[in-house]
Design a protein around this ligand. Structure first.
Ligand SMILES: *[C@@H]1O[C@H](CO)[C@@H](O)[C@H](O)[C@H]1NC(C)=O
Ligand SMILES: *[C@@H]1O[C@H](CO)[C@@H](O)[C@H](O)[C@H]1NC(C)=O
Ligand SMILES: *[C@@H]1O[C@H](CO)[C@@H](O)[C@H](O)[C@H]1NC(C)=O
Ligand SMILES: *[C@@H]1O[C@H](CO)[C@@H](O)[C@H](O)[C@H]1NC(C)=O
Ligand SMILES: *[C@@H]1O[C@H](CO)[C@@H](O)[C@H](O)[C@H]1NC(C)=O
Ligand SMILES: *[C@@H]1O[C@H](CO)[C@@H](O)[C@H](O)[C@H]1NC(C)=O
Ligand SMILES: *[C@@H]1O[C@H](CO)[C@@H](O)[C@H](O)[C@H]1NC(C)=O
Ligand SMILES: *[C@@H]1O[C@H](CO)[C@@H](O)[C@H](O)[C@H]1NC(C)=O
Ligand SMILES: *[C@@H]1O[C@H](CO)[C@@H](O)[C@H](O)[C@H]1NC(C)=O
Ligand SMILES: *[C@@H]1O[C@H](CO)[C@@H](O)[C@H](O)[C@H]1NC(C)=O
Ligand SMILES: *[C@@H]1O[C@H](CO)[C@@H](O)[C@H](O)[C@H]1NC(C)=O
Ligand SMILES: *[C@@H]1O[C@H](CO)[C@@H](O)[C@H](O)[C@H]1NC(C)=O
Length: 526
């Protein structure tokens, strides 16, 4: 454990023990400020979707990982409470969450040989790209993955799917739910194809996108721009491709120049050699507002902070919109200027992308997409992927403004969104965070608002329901709905646990019973 980790561990332990002490000593005690805390699940869905290293996959290993990797302070806290906490409850990173299965791992662990695979068609996940306007014309970020779906028997798929479920199993699910779970499990156990050439055909997109999305998202169909393009590099060891490429330009009734239109233009992108690699590319003008939106627990109901529910919502149940959030987005899409663009950025792993896109494009305005590429599989990379993807968007559009939307249950969001506002003060227009901790009492994980210190307190809003976002004049910088009380303490907060950060007070014995309930819940999970 390096010094920084130890320091943080001590600080956090201090905070947690203070919470415990608050019971012994009835007087409310302030929690130390500036404690860095990470929620248990950094890229929550990731853990769930990664078959081989899912925390559900080998429960014994996880317990021993936790035991061996657990920091001493966790044990000491555990001994106070009479039981041990999983280390990631307090310090964040699940140590077992590393090394994604590579193509050959999936194949060999399932006994699939090369000949079986040869007969299997190659598929391409083509993630809907964005493009910026440069001196060389439009510059498109093509990214995605080349893979094959091995022929795994349904009974084996069901065995694999069972690993992802808590307190239930495939045979107890409804036929719809079984179909969803099988679909996602098959999407996870794919064999990625390295060293592949990828070529695309581009053409103007009519109102429907190539990936089946409805109109909306403010985009228009360009007058021309059909062309073929071959990516300059082969796919990586994990089958990924990710490259910015200039596409052919404007002359002769082709694409509209980025400096001559305010509209976002839409091109369909078809991958050569497969019907599975369709996407819609968005050519985004240099100025205007881009909404960058997380998906879980803000656009759909996931309950990532409640593992049993989170897994059912991710694996088995149909994706469900969060309240009337689609109305808010539709309203933004309809009423904001033509140069408004939507970008969906989630750290869910690439393998689940199709399901997320399918849901988004049926429910929310069309837009470009980012999920977590497969090579971001070690702990450091996993923790940093959101910032990496966000910075890529910011650097691609240095003169656009961004509205960042998510919920408080992702510790990386809580760190990265305010960081962006500090790093690019002229680019972050608004930050909107749904406070899941105040609206959902199954969210028992604290969140940290310390990153917001020093930002203009009218540039962000913590909100409870989609309607809180109604009627804001976002273009003119109105980000705060005055009727929604803000409780930002620039410290660790959790309305359910009664933790209100440095400026707040620790609640009474309710705190400990919540922590104990949480520990019990965690152990039922494990
Ligand atoms: C737009 O950019 C192109 C290429 O950089 C340039 O030739 C053209 O003059 C610009 N148009 C306007 C209106 O600035
Ligand atoms: C998949 O394997 C089963 C037997 O294991 C076989 O009956 C079926 O035809 C195969 N499907 C394809 C598409 O190869
Ligand atoms: C799973 O469902 C998605 C969305 O409906 C679909 O695009 C994808 O092809 C399916 N995946 C598999 C492996 O069947
Ligand atoms: C693109 O390639 C296809 C074959 O894959 C060909 O039919 C078509 O003419 C090409 N289009 C252009 C604009 O080169
Ligand atoms: C498309 O792929 C086929 C082989 O699958 C190849 O022969 C053809 O040249 C490719 N077309 C383009 C435009 O890259
Ligand atoms: C991709 O586009 C092609 C050409 O329009 C179409 O035939 C195919 O069905 C599309 N694939 C999907 C999965 O929608
Ligand atoms: C889930 O989605 C499928 C496909 O869209 C639909 O047929 C089914 O009725 C849905 N199930 C529920 C419980 O809504
Ligand atoms: C927005 O785009 C539409 C479609 O091209 C156009 O009719 C309209 O005039 C544009 N609005 C503005 C304010 O430029
Ligand atoms: C983790 O991944 C990052 C980015 O992919 C890489 O730079 C780093 O070296 C990796 N660290 C380890 C320990 O493998
Ligand atoms: C376009 O995007 C690329 C890739 O992020 C970036 O390097 C470049 O500076 C951007 N160009 C402009 C004019 O913003
Ligand atoms: C602020 O805290 C109060 C009391 O816990 C709560 O009712 C309110 O919803 C909180 N506001 C937000 C935006 O979380
Ligand atoms: C503010 O929030 C309230 C409560 O959700 C909502 O009724 C109102 O429309 C929102 N917008 C403004 C500008 O007050």
């Amino acid at each position: 454990m390096d010094r920084h980790t130890i320091q943080r561990a001590l600080l956090v332990a201090g905070a947690a023990l203070t919470a415990v002490n608050a019971v012994a000593v009835p007087d409310p005690t302030a929690v130390p400020a500036k404690v860095e805390i990470r929620a248990p699940v950094v890229t929550p869905a990731a853990i769930r979707f990664d078959g081989r290293h899912s925390y559900m996959y080998d429960r014994r290993n996880i317990i021993s990982d936790i035991a061996s990797g657990a920091d001493n302070f966790v044990h000491s806290l555990g001994s106070v409470l009479g039981t041990d906490l999983p280390s990631y409850f307090i310090s964040g990173i699940p140590g077992y969450f590393q090394d994604f299965p590579s193509g050959s791992d999936v194949a060999s662990s399932l006994g699939i040989n090369d000949d079986d695979l040869k007969a299997t068609p190659t598929e391409v996940l083509n993630v809907p790209p964005y493009a910026n306007w440069t001196d060389q014309g439009w510059n498109v970020r093509f990214h995605g993955n080349v893979y094959k779906v091995p022929n795994i028997s349904q009974s084996k798929i069901d065995d694999l799917a069972n690993v992802f479920l808590i307190g239930t199993s495939m045979d107890k699910l409804s036929p719809d739910e079984q179909a969803n779970a099988r679909n996602l499990t098959r999407s996870i156990f794919i064999v990625q194809q390295s060293d592949q050439n990828v070529s695309m055909h581009l053409e103007p997109a009519p109102s429907q996108g190539g990936d089946g999305e409805p109109g909306g998202g403010n985009a228009i169909t360009p007058p021309g721009g059909s062309q073929n393009i071959t990516l300059p590099y082969l796919t990586t060891a994990e089958g990924d491709f990710d490259v910015f490429l200039p596409i052919k330009n404007v002359s002769g009734g082709g694409l509209l120049a980025g400096n001559e239109t305010n509209n976002v233009q839409r091109l369909n992108v078809y991958t050569n050699g497969t019907l599975t690699g369709n996407a819609t590319a968005f050519l985004v003008p240099p100025t205007g507002i881009t909404f960058i939106s997380d998906i879980d627990d803000i656009l759909r109901v996931t309950k990532i902070y409640d593992p049993k529910e989170g897994l059912l919502n991710s694996f088995a149940r149909n994706f469900t919109q969060w309240m009337n959030m689609p109305v808010i987005y539709a309203n933004w899409s309809r009423t904001l200027p033509n140069d408004t663009h939507f970008h969906y950025l989630t750290t869910t792993p690439e393998q689940a992308t199709r399901n997320y896109m399918d849901f988004i494009y049926k429910t929310y305005p069309g837009g470009s997409f980012d999920t977590r590429p497969l090579n971001f599989s070690n702990v450091t990379a996993t923790l940093s992927i959101r910032m990496f993807l966000l910075q890529k968007v910011f650097e691609t559009f240095p003169t656009r403004k961004f509205v960042l939307v998510a919920d408080t249950s992702n510790s990386d969001v809580m760190k990265d969104y305010p960081s962006l506002a500090h790093i690019y003060p002229n680019q972050v227009q608004c930050i909107f965070l749904r406070n899941t901790s105040v609206t959902d009492d199954s969210d028992k994980f604290p969140y940290d608002t310390s990153g917001f210190e020093g930002l203009n307190n009218r540039s962000y809003m913590f909100f409870k329901v989609p309607d809180d976002l109604r009627g804001l004049d976002i273009v003119n910088g109105q980000c705060l709905n005055e009727t929604i009380p803000q409780n930002v303490t620039f410290g660790i907060q959790d309305e359910v646990l009664g933790i209100h950060g440095a400026a707040g007070k620790i609640g009474g014995s309710a705190t400990v019973s919540f922590v104990v309930a949480l520990v019990a819940a965690m152990f039922m999970v494990l």
